[in-house]
Design a protein around this ligand. Structure first.
Ligand SMILES: Cc1cc2nc3c(=O)[nH]c(=O)nc-3n(C[C@H](O)[C@H](O)[C@H](O)COP(=O)(O)OP(=O)(O)OC[C@H]3O[C@@H](n4cnc5c(N)ncnc54)[C@H](O)[C@@H]3O)c2cc1C
Ligand code: FES
Length: 527
């Protein structure tokens, strides 16, 4: 891996295997005013799928992306394609009823089928493979929950079965639920292929093009005006909405390691545990594992988990580096054949309060649509998003429209809502907390920190050569104090998950502007 690869644009310092192994496509940057029927903001899986579906139906479409293809969380995924939803079908049935849970199952199954068909139709070479998935019990989980989930999956119309052991894993003695015909792929190869297919269908894609302002029918990007009858905000977290959607979903960071493993040591599959029920986070962080072809001798075993709420790793006293260590330890115990750890990265997941994504018209808007709240099933949620938004724009009925409506209010989850809202409100206490270090002089090269200066909080970063960047630590979204993420070298907001690069540039919404710059001080003498 070459972590200094300059051409990659991604939402953190660590490069994922996907971006490191396959170059991200770039297109022209927007340089003049344009008109279109549909404007899509964001070139991750949600935005590109939407563009493809609308182009197929004959619409005139433009895509703008402020990085390159897959610069957001799509480039930092592990790309399991599954209908084994990470919030459990028995939870969905409790919240929405049996029929709606069945629709959710159908939509994820259809998303995997659609991806497979599209790969064949467009000849996209992206390592797509059908394989089995195994869900097993986390030691903190109730023994009955597997049986409960098995019955719930049957009620939802899925063909699952209980196995008395877990294929491929060591030191886990329990049973598991077998989900046949799941899938996996190489996300970068898939999204580049999809982008090329979209281009062939006449869609114009502009990269390095940032949407600065989003209003009904008018978007300003890189200072140019885009007039569009319909706008789809596929920016992972909606950057057009200030409050409403950010009270219904919560940002978490999830960690991934990839280790070499000799080819043919284990049969490829997808594995998940049911999550840590004792965790302080309402999402019950879980582990997820898959294999990926790497080179002639080795495959990669990718293992993810150890999540925490964005900007709040310190609330568990487990810094980021320690999370990788725990992940490696957990993985070595269950997959002892792994050898070297060759990749480590983290990414952001939006956890909707009631488990399902939000796909449809943005509350309060007539012609602005959003795709968000994708949780750990964002590959399929993003694909469902594309299929559903295309139908909504084409005024075509879609059976999934109701379950994914962004206006839904999850009343049955008032307790969870209060817990998450309190955790968010507590972050405003950072205004009176001490900074990370006493003064900027204490900052080492290639390090960042939050510093108290009178009544102000400053976010400071000193680069490899000692050049100093100082910003206001006030998040431009709703004013929380950002935190330094030493692993990805970013400033992360603990309130709604906005993130900023070490140079203060916004990389994750809901904030849509950079940290306010206070000072840039060059070193007296560059070594
Ligand atoms: C570690 C990890 C593991 C995961 N594993 C899985 C998995 O195994 N299976 C699964 O189904 N899901 C998984 N997910 C979730 C899934 O990867 C994401 O939900 C999904 O990729 C999100 O896609 P998206 O298109 O909505 O967003 P993104 O891929 O983030 O795309 C949004 C794009 O919008 C752009 N953008 C943002 N603001 C602007 C602006 N103002 N102007 C222009 N462009 C803008 C960004 O640059 C970005 O490229 C995982 C996520 C993580 C982090
Ligand atoms: S993300 Fe909302 S205040 Fe920072």
């Amino acid at each position: 891996m070459d972590p200094t690869k300059k051409e990659a644009i991604t939402s953190g310092e660590n490069l994922s295997y996907w971006i490191d192994s396959f170059p991200q496509l770039s297109f022209d940057t927007l340089k003049n005013d344009i008109d279109t029927d549909v404007l899509i903001i964001g070139a991750g899986i949600a935005g590109l799928t939407t563009a493809y579906c609308l182009a197929l139906s004959g619409r005139k479409v433009v895509v703008i992306e402020d990085g390159l293809i897959a610069s957001g969380e799509s480039g930092r995924t592990t790309a399991h394609l599954t209908h084994a939803l990470d919030d459990r079908y028995y939870t969905l049935q409790k919240l929405f009823g049996d029929e709606k849970a069945k629709l959710a199952a159908q939509s994820h199954t259809a998303a995997i089928d659609w991806i497979e068909e599209t790969i064949h139709r467009e000849n996209i070479d992206c390592d797509f493979t059908r394989l089995d998935g195994y869900l097993f019990l986390h030691p903190t989980d109730n023994k009955e929950s597997l049986q409960q989930e098995l019955e719930a999956t049957h009620k939802a119309g899925l063909q699952t079965e209980l196995l008395s052991s877990i294929p491929g894993i060591e030191n886990e003695n329990g049973k598991c639920i077998h989900f046949p015909r799941q899938a996996q792929f190489h996300i970068m190869k898939y999204l580049n292929g999809l982008a090329r297919a979209i281009e062939r269908k006449g869609v114009r894609i502009f990269t390095n093009t940032h949407a600065e302002s989003i209003k009904e029918k008018v978007v300003i990007a890189n200072g140019h005006t885009i007039n569009a009858f319909n706008i789809v905000v596929a920016t992972n977290t909606p950057v057009n909405d200030i409050v409403t959607m950010h009270t219904k979903q919560f940002p978490y960071r999830s960690y991934v390691i990839a280790a070499t493993i000799a080819k043919d040591t284990i049969t490829p599959a997808l594995w998940w545990d049911t999550g840590d029920q004792d965790s302080k986070w309402v999402t019950h962080p879980y582990h997820y594992v898959r294999l990926q072809t790497y080179n002639d001798k080795y495959d990669l075993l990718m293992s993810g988990g150890e999540d925490h709420k964005t900007g709040q790793a310190d609330r568990e006293d487990i810094p980021e580096e320690e999370r990788y260590k725990r992940l490696i330890e957990w993985t070595r115990k269950r997959f002892p054949a792994i050898k070297d750890i060759v990749y480590k990265w983290s990414g952001q997941v939006l956890e909707p309060l009631d488990s399902l994504a939000f796909i449809g018209k943005n509350p309060g808007n007539e012609n602005i649509y959003i795709i968000t709240g994708d949780s750990g099933n964002g590959m399929t949620h993003g694909t469902i998003g594309g299929l559903l938004i295309a139908d909504l724009i084409n005024a075509k009925e879609n059976p999934w429209a109701e379950i994914y409506k962004p206006t839904r209010i999850p009343l049955k989850l008032a307790g969870t809502y209060i817990k998450e809202a309190l955790s968010m409100a507590a972050q405003y206490g950072d205004w009176i907390a001490k900074g990370d270090i006493e003064s900027i002089d204490k900052l080492e090269n290639n390090e960042g920190a939050i510093i108290t200066s009178g009544v102000r909080k400053l976010a400071a970063y000193k680069d490899e050569w000692g050049e100093l960047f100082v910003f206001s630590a006030t998040c431009p979204h709703l004013g929380c104090v950002v935190q330094w993420n030493a692993d990805e070298k970013t400033f992360d907001c603990p309130c709604h998950g906005s993130r900023f690069s070490k140079q203060g540039k916004v990389i994750n919404g809901p904030a849509n502007t950079d940290l306010k710059i206070i000072e840039v001080k060059a070193v007296a003498q560059n070594p």
